[in-house]
Each structure stands twice: as structure tokens, then as C-alpha cells.
Design a protein around this ligand. Structure first.
Ligand SMILES: Cc1cc2nc3c(=O)[nH]c(=O)nc-3n(C[C@H](O)[C@H](O)[C@H](O)COP(=O)(O)OP(=O)(O)OC[C@H]3O[C@@H](n4cnc5c(N)ncnc54)[C@H](O)[C@@H]3O)c2cc1C
Length: 388
């Protein structure tokens, strides 16, 4: 439990994951007044951010996501110097493995778009994939027929990124409070006026909702229907297997199955497409068995692996797999949530964009018009297709 809460401030941020802490830092860096960040758990970064695989990539199907990642990954590159925090950045590449002609056609289109935006994704044939990822059985069903790789995709450590933002936000005077759940957003007429917590009420003209998979029920207290659903996703990590640190992040796209380097072993995940929404944080062991069966078929050396740990986390999913960034239909209320499985990598730039929204009257570093909440009211969805 931290110090007593202030009764007023200029901006309240709800949620201390990568989004909330990045927003706090970027607002404080621009001297946005008295900023308070409220986190319901005992520590920051224990939600989706703490459960995440740490992947960072430019390989998306929409221009807006490629642009967001381009800037965010540059920010992560400067992070150790600017934030005085190492983040274990590893540009090992992301190797997408494709097994259907239809995915090949879609990825050809994605690669064209990526090239137009300066992202030099390579197209790989089977021989080249076998050379770069000799641990894989490319003939296991569904057989791999082609792949793509971008050498500036890779990995970073989510905990370190959150710690970097927390450290610098604190240094810049942000009030950071753990063990403090927001129970309601307070409105007067069409305006936000603060938040309610079990430790008291805070009056503020600006509130930013960055509560990840838990965002929708909080938005509902302000009368807003936020289409963000929690969806369980699981990860398994093996003990060391002698894997090289520069092995690419491997994604078997058709099976939503992935593998990456983790302390000499393998971290693997596989999305269960029959999972139903809900705040489920227990491990579904039946799914672990399905996952490991597919993982061992694709990467046979896992048959000899010892399990180190496994966990379940929550994606915060929207209907078009795109985030909701910016003003909501209550004056002074903003959202930064709904990243649908790729929010960690976009945390740095999204903090900057929310600061621009609040302080400059609109985000300008990247055109995020298509990520605004009103797209749901106007039925104007442009889905991201390259999701895992
Ligand atoms: C298994 C898994 C793998 C993933 N892999 C990747 C990946 O490789 N790359 C990638 O970019 N992304 C990945 N993601 C997605 C990424 O983790 C999320 O998109 C991102 O972390 C979202 O950050 P956030 O700050 O919005 O949410 P969170 O990290 O969940 O932060 C929200 C915070 O709000 C707090 N909170 C909730 N309710 C309240 C309340 N009422 N009051 C106060 N605080 C509250 C929570 O405790 C939490 O700390 C993965 C996610 C999972 C689950």
C-alpha cells in the first residue's frame, strides 16, 4: 500500500501495464501537470504485459500497425540510454512460416505494403527456412511451403520496459499508486470529473483508461460500451536446450503456434481458437497437451525438453483486432486499450500518442484515425489480419 491518495489532480491514468506507465511517462515529460497512475495489483506490469511473449515486429497487414511498430521499436532501441534501463533487446528476426497458398497470397500483399513503408521483409523458400531454422520439421502437417523474415523484428523484456517507464515517471513527479483499483469513472453530464477507489475519490478533468483486458467493465461505469474482451492465451517455457540466442522468433501462422529463445530453452505458445471470452487466468491443462503435441510435431527436439514453467494470460481483444486509442464520447475521457495480442511492442509509441491527444488536441506522430472509438459507431472497421 502506497501513500494516501491526492483528492485532485490534472490527469488520472487507470492501469499500470505497459500502456499506463508509458502514458504516465510521456505526459510527465511534457509537464502535463499533476499526474496520478492507479494500479489495482500490488506491482506494476502484472497484467497482460507480464504474461506476454515479448515479441516486437513490423510484419503487419495494415499500414497503421507497421507505422506504429516502426516508431515504437526505434523508441525501444533508444530505451537503455534515454530511460536508463536495459531491456534485453534482441533483433533476432521474426520468421513467419506459411503452409497454404491463400496465406502466401496474403503475405505477398503484406510484404509489398511493408516494402512500400521501408520495411525490407525477405521472402524465404523452404531451403532457406530449413537453413535458418534447422530445428523445424517443415513436413509436419500442415507442411510449410514458404516464409517471411524481417531482421529488425525480435524480442524485448516487458518487465524491464515497464520498470523503465515507472522509474522515469516517478522521477518526473508522477504519483504512482499500487493496490488501488478504480471502481468507477465519475461523470457530470457529458464530462468526466474523476474516479472512485476504495481509498477515496480523486477529482480530475482528464482520465485515461489503460486497464488492458479489464477495460470494458470500467468504461461501462461511464456509460460507454467498450468492445474489448479478455481472452485466455497460454505459454510454456522449457529448461535450457542449448538454443542459440539469435534463433528467429518462429511463427507457424496457420496453427497460431510460435517458438522463441528463452534463456537457452524455448518459449512456446499456441492460440486456442475455441477459447471463450472471460477472466480466466488458470492454466487449461487439456489445452497444454494439444499445444505441446503440435509443438513437438513442428519442433521435434521438444520431445526431450523438460518443462520449466507455464502460465495463462489475457489478450484484450476487439472485433477488428485493432486497438482503441484516443477520446471516448465523454469529454475528458480517453482510452488506450484493445491491442488484441500485439500491445507490448506498441506501448512506447501509444504513450506518446495519448500525450499528444491530450496536450495538442490530437495525435500527430502517427495518423491513428482508423483506431478511434467512433469506428464502431460508424461501422468503419479495417481489421488487422496478421494476428497470432
Ligand atoms: C500470452 C500472451 C502473449 C503475448 N505476446 C505478445 C507479444 O509477443 N508481443 C506483443 O506486443 N504483445 C503481446 N501480448 C499482448 C500484450 O501483452 C498486451 O497487448 C499489452 O501488454 C497490453 O498492455 P496494457 O497496459 O494495455 O494491459 P495490462 O498489461 O493488462 O495493464 C493493465 C493494467 O490495468 C490494471 N487494472 C485493471 N483494472 C484496474 C482497475 N479497475 N483499477 C486499476 N488498475 C486496473 C491491471 O492490473 C493491469 O496491470 C501478449 C499477451 C499475452 C496474454
Amino acid at each position: 500500500m502506497s501513500d494516501s491518495l491526492p483528492s485532485t489532480c490534472d490527469v488520472v491514468i487507470i492501469g499500470g501495464g505497459v500502456m499506463g506507465t508509458s502514458i504516465a511517462y510521456h505526459l510527465a515529460r511534457r509537464a502535463a501537470g499533476r499526474i496520478v497512475l492507479l494500479e489495482k495489483e500490488q506491482f506494476f506490469g502484472q497484467g497482460a504485459t507480464g504474461a506476454c511473449a515479448g515479441g516486437i515486429r513490423h510484419q503487419f497487414s495494415t499500414e497503421v500497425n507497421i507505422r506504429l511498430s516502426t516508431i515504437s521499436i526505434q523508441m525501444l532501441e533508444r530505451f537503455p540510454e534515454e530511460m536508463e534501463q536495459e531491456i534485453d533487446l534482441n533483433f533476432c528476426g521474426y520468421l513467419f512460416l506459411l503452409s497454404s497458398e491463400q496465406d502466401v497470397v496474403t503475405f505477398r500483399r503484406n510484404v509489398e505494403l511493408q516494402h512500400r513503408l521501408g520495411i525490407e521483409t525477405e521472402w524465404l523458400d523452404r531451403d532457406e527456412i530449413a537453413r535458418r531454422a534447422p530445428w523445424l520439421d517443415l513436413d509436419a502437417e500442415p507442411a510449410i511451403i514458404a516464409g517471411t523474415n524481417y531482421h529488425r523484428d525480435g524480442l524485448a523484456d516487458p518487465h524491464s520496459v515497464v520498470q523503465g517507464f515507472v522509474k522515469q515517471a516517478r522521477r518526473l513527479g508522477v504519483g504512482l499508486y499500487t493496490d488501488t483499483p478504480v471502481t468507477a469513472i465519475l461523470c457530470r453530464g457529458e464530462k468526466v470529473v474523476g474516479v472512485e477507489t476504495p481509498r477515496g475519490r480523486i477529482s480530475a478533468p482528464v482520465v485515461v483508461l489503460a486497464a488492458g483486458p479489464w477495460s470494458a467493465p470500467i468504461a461501462a461505469t461511464a456509460g460507454i460500451d467498450l468492445p474489448v474482451q479478455p481472452l485466455r492465451r497460454q505459454i510454456v517455457v522449457t529448461r535450457p536446450l542449448g538454443m542459440p540466442r539469435d534463433m528467429p522468433f518462429l511463427i507457424d501462422f496457420a496453427q497460431s503456434l510460435y517458438f522463441h529463445y528463452e534463456s537457452g530453452g524455448i518459449l512456446t505458445g499456441m492460440s486456442n481458437h475455441n477459447e471463450t471470452p472471460g477472466e480466466k487466468l488458470d492454466v487449461d491443462h487439456a489445452w497444454t497437451m494439444v499445444h505441446l503435441e503440435h509443438a513437438m510435431a513442428r519442433m521435434p527436439l521438444l520431445e526431450q525438453a523438460e518443462l520449466l514453467t507455464e502460465w495463462a494470460g489475457l489478450y484484450e481483444v476487439t472485433p477488428d483486432h485493432q486497438p482503441i486509442i484516443g477520446p471516448l464520447p465523454v469529454e475528458g475521457l480517453y482510452a488506450c486499450t484493445g491491442f488484441s495480442g500485439h500491445g507490448f511492442m506498441q506501448g512506447p509509441v501509444c504513450g506518446l500518442l495519448i500525450a499528444e491527444d491530450i496536450l495538442d488536441g490530437g495525435a500527430h506522430t502517427v495518423d491513428i484515425g482508423e483506431l478511434r472509438y467512433d469506428r464502431f459507431l460508424e461501422h468503419r472497421l479495417a481489421p488487422e489480419k496478421n494476428v497470432v
